[in-house]
Design a protein around this ligand. Structure first.
Ligand code: AMP
Ligand code: MG
Length: 484
């Protein structure tokens, strides 16, 4: 195995001991490689000829020289309730590497067995949920939305009990950082100001190097503002693409603003503003239209954790960045989705009316925006056909066409750019479900094909047209189990 093109570091171990526990993975038996992300490996600084060589690492049977696995300790607010008992319950940070281009990568093996933070869990991940995480992190990356990545995944023979007996699997998840808001909550509420400051400086040094030279007060203030801004921008991106995370607990919020921890997530099919993708979230706390507010609440938890070492006014000022950043980024996203270049005072009302109309008529979100990206190429039939009530479509199209008259760009150019932001292909739940069923029968080819399609979601890819179809009736509103 040649891994010599990257440098090994394990800077997380520089944090105080209380931030982690050394744990060896519990081996899985007879591992098979399901999927390996060769492009990502190249980017990380290595090349793999024989994928199978990595199966042992994925199964926790083999550790490479320099790997020093730890379970990270963090806490967090789950559904609004503080839980001091959290931490990596089934994932281990193996090491950190630095690619030739200077990018840092945490290697986190998810499904590696129990740790001191497993509570009642078995430390395992199942094939179904591991495929879901692999697919969605790569789909998000294809869409240009910040996310953790999937390097490879293995399946194993060990049975894992969920609602039924399922197949064990493990994911090598990589990201620039696995530090969560919950790490700060842990430091603040259990370790004291010194540990908190150490954590803060650690994060700045590794992930916000442009702030290092600022004087301390300013450095901390700017850093918090940036975290808030990244979070707001991330959620504005989710809303624009119709992504519902499902478990926006503060332990699932990345400090660098990545989409983090894929569980019962969903991309909207028929637009429903109040859509709840997590069937255990009965109150709809994390419904699609509550995500922007929830992002803010999570920033408030982080803000609270920073009070022991930061000036309260500075923290407040940082929090205020959320709403302005969110609104600006959301508006820019939606204006680009609608192909608007000129500014017009009524644009925000057009955006809000568009959402109400999509909600009222339960229009397929992705096909609608892709359809209006092709109005002058393919005509309005593909858009009208999404409506049971064609007159509602006509009414909206009339208003939209009138607005387009104030634009100066050529139709072709506008629509070309719209197709760079309105994806043709998204990871619909039923598509994930189909490839999971095939994989459970031992066929990984459909999974690999779907991954290939989602790599370029904005391209027409005529040979894969069927992946852009409306979901079949069975595939709408699938009940995605939270047990992963
Ligand atoms: P999640 O809802 O996946 O973000 O997980 C919340 C917490 O439960 C984290 O601390 C996880 O490490 C832990 N956890 C989730 N599933 C398991 C499992 N099968 N075994 C042990 N811990 C788990
Ligand atoms: Mg989690």
């Amino acid at each position: 195995m040649s891994t010599n093109a990257f440098k090994v570091e394990h800077r997380y171990l520089e944090l105080p001991d209380s931030f982690y526990t050394r744990v060896k993975p519990t081996p899985l038996s007879q591992p098979a490689m399901v999927c390996f992300n060769h492009k990502l490996a190249e980017q990380m600084g290595f090349h793999v000829k024989d994928e199978a060589e990595w199966a042992g690492v994925g199964a926790g049977v083999e550790l490479l020289e320099g790997m020093d696995p730890v379970a990270m300790k963090y806490t967090g607010h789950q559904f609004g309730v503080y839980n001091p008992e959290l931490g990596d319950g089934r994932g281990l940070l193996l090491w950190e590497t630095v690619a030739p281009d200077g990018t840092r990568w945490d290697w986190h093996l998810k499904g590696a067995g129990t740790t001191p933070y497993s509570r009642f869990g078995d430390g395992r991940a199942v094939l179904r949920s591991t495929i879901r995480e692999y697919l969605c992190s790569e789909a998000m990356h294809g869409l240009g939305i910040p996310t953790t990545r999937a390097l490879f995944m293995i399946s194993a023979k060990d049975p894992v009990r969920r609602e039924s007996i399922e197949t064990a699997a493990a994911l090598m998840r990589v990201a620039q950082s696995h530090i969560r808001f919950g790490h700060f909550e842990f430091a603040a509420h259990h370790e004291g100001p010194e540990a908190l400051k150490t954590l803060l400086e650690h994060v700045i040094t590794l992930h916000f190097p442009h702030l290092i030279s600022l004087p301390e007060e300013q450095r901390h203030q700017r850093w918090f503002e940036e975290v808030v801004e990244r979070t707001a921008r991330l959620i504005a991106d989710w809303q624009a693409v119709g992504f519902c995370h499902g478990v926006m607990n503060s332990d699932n919020m990345s400090i660098i603003g990545d989409t983090f921890d894929y569980g019962p997530y969903a991309f909207l099919d028929d637009f429903d503003a109040g859509f709840i993708c997590n069937h255990t979230d009965e109150g709809g706390r994390y419904a699609y239209n509550r995500q922007p507010q929830t992002g803010f609440v999570n920033c408030q938890y982080l803000a609270n954790a920073l009070l022991p070492i930061m000036d309260e006014d500075h923290v407040r000022r940082g929090l205020r960045r959320y709403e302005t950043t969110y609104n600006e980024h959301f508006k820019n996203n939606m204006r680009a989705k609608l192909g608007l270049e000129e500014t017009d005072d009524s644009d925000m009302s057009l955006i809000m009316e568009t959402f109400s109309m999509l909600h009222e008529h339960r229009v397929d979100y992705t096909r609608f925006f892709r359809g209006i990206s092709n109005l002058h190429r393919h005509g309005n039939a593909p858009v009208r056909d999404l409506f049971a009530d064609r007159s509602a479509a006509d009414e909206w199209l009339e208003r939209y066409e009138a607005r387009l008259k104030t634009e100066t760009r050529a139709h072709d150019e506008r629509e070309y750019l719209m197709r760079q932001i309105n994806p043709k292909y998204i990871l619909r739940n039923y598509l994930a479900q189909q490839v999971i069923m095939e994989a459970q029968n031992g066929d990984y080819a459909p999974l690999k094909e779907l991954l290939k399609v989602l790599e370029n979601p904005f391209d027409d890819q005529p040979e894969f047209e069927h992946y852009a179809a409306l979901p079949p009736d069975w595939g709408k509103h699938l009940n995605i189990s939270c047990s992963s």
